[in-house]
Design a protein around this ligand. Structure first.
Ligand code: PLP
Length: 379
């Protein structure tokens, strides 16, 4: 489909092409020096003590669960209004995701009250997700988790370049998991970063990332090691040099791109308020600095969402839904613990539509989208 305004777009230019070309010309493609540089730069950017570049955020979430020894019989509290990977990562370990509700129609992040209700003696961890890069209420959530002696994993897939009180999201809890999927603010096609301030956990993550081996191919290539031991059942969750090279260039552009995203969100807010006041725009007045990953809106109650999205499509505007809630999927609904306690998630998920947002979107395109929204509402 040739969209007039697509939902998202990558922003690559000669910088990315040169960086990737340099890797190809170097002849070394698997995880090595470029990845180490990318990790260092991500460390400086986020302030995390340890950063491990990995294949994607899903494996970062899996590693975070494994690192915390989550397994069969354990429960992990998760949002349902998230991408399914958040809950799947818990299931990979044999543990059970327990769903908690979001705060309100304005704040789509986890509600502490609902987290408290989901807590049982089997709860082994809490996994929060910073929807759209908007911070969860980390001070209150962390204080509560500390009182229960519960580690907090941050699904920071949307949050590269998001801050709360000057601290980068993903660095508040025990481990943070970032995504560099194509539609993300920092895009490498597939890719992710696992961060932690815990030295022992970081050591364990390094083993889990590469088959539980005590040395890497890169170490042996450099003559630092001849052989290796395998000390745990690990995985191949590595990134490669091509993606790390892309990631370094994208990271350098991230702040400027995120600033443009935030500018566009403000413009959307203004134009929607004027042109379609019945459409609600969540996260008004939200604390912190969001990466502005997506542009969610809530349609007026009673609107036929599919009809609205078809209307947008007829104008050449691509829209999406973030998210069909996890507890409603076939693979989850039979045993979705907590599914009966998600009234706000159910309400928001039924009315949410995501509008196009990416740094190269123009003000004129925002106007097009907003006018198309007005027409599609039948206003
Ligand atoms: C909230 C959330 N969690 C996890 C993921 C998984 O990320 P990845 O595609 O890098 O595995 C995504 C990606 O779409 C996401 O949006």
């Amino acid at each position: 489909m040739n969209w007039v305004v697509p939902l998202s777009d990558v922003q690559f230019d000669s910088d990315e092409i040169s960086a990737v070309t340099a890797v190809l010309e170097s002849g070394w493609l698997t995880m090595g020096a470029i990845t180490a540089e990318f990790e260092k730069e991500f460390m400086a950017f986020t302030g995390a003590k340890h950063t491990l570049a990995v294949s994607n955020a899903t494996v970062a979430l899996h590693m975070a669960c494994l690192g915390l020894n989550i397994g069969p019989g354990d429960e992990v509290i998760v949002p349902s209004l998230t991408f399914v990977a958040t809950a799947n990562a818990v299931r990979y370990t044999g543990a059970t995701p327990v769903f908690a509700d979001i705060k309100s129609e304005n704040d789509l992040t986890l509600s502490l009250q609902s987290i408290e209700r989901a807590f049982t003696p089997r709860t082994k961890a809490l996994m929060v997700m910073h929807y759209g890069g908007y911070p969860c209420d980390m001070p209150r959530i962390l204080a509560w988790a500390k009182a229960q002696n519960l580690p907090v994993i941050e699904d920071a897939a949307h949050a590269a370049g998001s801050f709360l009180d000057g601290k980068h999201l993903g660095t508040f809890g025990t481990a943070g998991c970032f995504s560099f999927f194509s539609n993300k603010n920092l895009s490498t096609g597939e890719g992710g970063m696992l961060v932690t301030d815990d030295d022992a956990l970081a050591d364990r993550f390094r083993l889990l990332r590469s088959h539980g081996m005590t040395s890497l191919t890169w170490d042996r290539h450099q003559g630092h090691a001849w052989s290796y031991d395998v000390v745990t059942t690990g995985y191949n969750y590595r990134i490669d040099e091509i993606r790390s090279a892309l990631g370094r260039v994208q990271l350098a552009k991230l702040e400027a791109n995120n600033a443009r995203r935030r500018e566009l969100i403000s413009l959307y807010r203004e134009m929607l308020a004027e042109c379609c006041p019945s459409i609600a725009v969540p996260f008004a007045g939200h604390p912190g600095v969001s990466a502005g990953h997506i542009m969610p809106v809530l349609l007026p109650r009673g609107t036929d969402r599919l009809e609205f999205m078809e209307g947008m499509k007829a104008h050449g505007i691509q829209t999406s839904i973030h998210y069909p809630p996890v507890h409603t999927f076939t693979a989850y609904k039979e045993n979705a613990i907590g599914a009966d306690r998600l009234p706000v998630t159910d309400e928001v998920a039924a009315r949410e539509v995501t509008l196009p947002l990416y740094p190269t979107l123009t003000d004129a395109q925002v106007k097009l989208v907003v006018e198309a929204a007005r027409d599609s509402l039948g206003a």
